[in-house]
Design a protein around this ligand. Structure first.
Ligand code: PEP
Ligand code: MG
Length: 317
């Protein structure tokens, strides 16, 4: 079985009825890039940049250190696209510096991800400049986590423009990036028009989307049995996001755990998803599902699952 999977590595991910499916890797450090290429990923769909920031006893990486790291990831992918997500610390990914503030509050609803970045514009600009500079070395997409509000979108876009202007003024080389937003808060999934007006692509973060839709802490074992990717409300938000992106001609992928779980591959294909980003170790197994799938036949079935009161039962073979 292992050998058969590894032979699949260079087989393109195309469904029985000819739909090309993009299978991308989630990485945490630049050193993960070679494993992603080896697993057959056609790019990085999620580089969780916070791993460069965590566990450093307060001293954050500067522009040069970040630039070198992002550049290593881009070069490690050998010309394939790399989607770099700006820092997503807080909640399940505490930064030492933030720990003290998190202790007595609800960190999942607090100053995490883009909220944390926007609270310290100088620090955020440092990261944005480093990413834009790495984009001079290959195809880079810039992805923003945890956006919910129009004002956050406007503030973020203004800082991206500012970072680019700073590099121009100093004559420092940088490259173009496509801009993407994570859809991982229900408010974002219910404001798609706003997001699609400002971004080139969306990436659905199901790990947090499930947590926030169901009010279930993703890290709390005592309620883990209620953390349900198949809740009709979660599926509705995922399905609508995919459909709306297609309608507007914008790219959309799923980069949460759902994308790498073979239980959901056929359902997501049936809902129209063509881009999946996952841990490199999952790529071959998901590709195997893709190769066996007939999207034309899955569409009607996926609708039925979506409209069912008990999608988990409807999903069962
Ligand atoms: C997600 O929320 O689904 C996601 C991909 O981001 P993270 O797991 O890093 O929060
Ligand atoms: Mg998330």
């Amino acid at each position: 079985e292992r050998e058969r999977l590894s032979r699949l590595r260079h087989t393109p991910a195309v469904t029985l009825d000819g739909h090309k499916i993009e299978l991308l890797a989630n990485i945490e450090m630049p050193e993960d890039a070679p494993a992603a290429v080896k697993a057959g990923a056609v790019g990085v769909g999620l580089f969780r940049s916070e791993f460069l920031f965590m566990g450093r006893q307060g001293n954050l990486p500067g522009e040069q250190e970040q630039y070198q790291a992002y550049r290593r990831a881009v070069e490690g992918m050998q010309g394939l696209p790399v989607t770099i997500r700006t820092v997503d610390v807080g909640a399940d990914k505490p930064l030492d510096r933030a720990l003290k503030d998190d202790a007595h509050l609800n960190p999942a609803l607090g100053l995490r991800a883009i909220r944390w970045s926007l609270a310290d514009p100088a620090m955020f600009l440092t990261q944005l400049r480093a990413i834009l500079r790495a984009a001079a070395h290959g195809q880079v997409n810039l992805l923003i986590p945890m956006l919910a509000h129009g004002s956050e979108i406007r503030h973020t876009l203004a800082l991206i423009d500012h970072a680019r202007a700073e590099l121009d003024n100093k004559g420092v080389a940088h490259g173009p990036v496509k801009l993407g937003a994570m859809i991982e808060i229900p408010a974002a999934a219910l404001s798609l028009r706003l997001f699609l007006k400002h971004f080139d692509f969306l990436s659905i973060g199901t790990n947090d989307l499930i947590q926030y839709t169901l009010a279930i802490d993703r890290a709390d074992e005592s309620v883990a049995h209620l953390y349900d990717p198949m809740h009709p409300a979660v599926l509705r938000l995922v399905a609508d996001t995919i459909a709306e992106c297609h309608a507007q001609g914008k790219g959309v992928s799923v980069c949460g755990e759902m994308a790498g779980d073979v239980v959901f591959t056929r359902l997501l294909l049936g809902l129209g998803l063509r881009s999946f980003s996952m841990h490199p170790a999952q790529i071959l197994a998901v590709k195997q599902e893709v190769l066996r799938a007939d999207v034309a036949r899955l569409q009607g079935w996926a609708r039925q699952v979506l409209e069912s009161d008990d999608p988990a039962a409807a999903l069962a073979p």
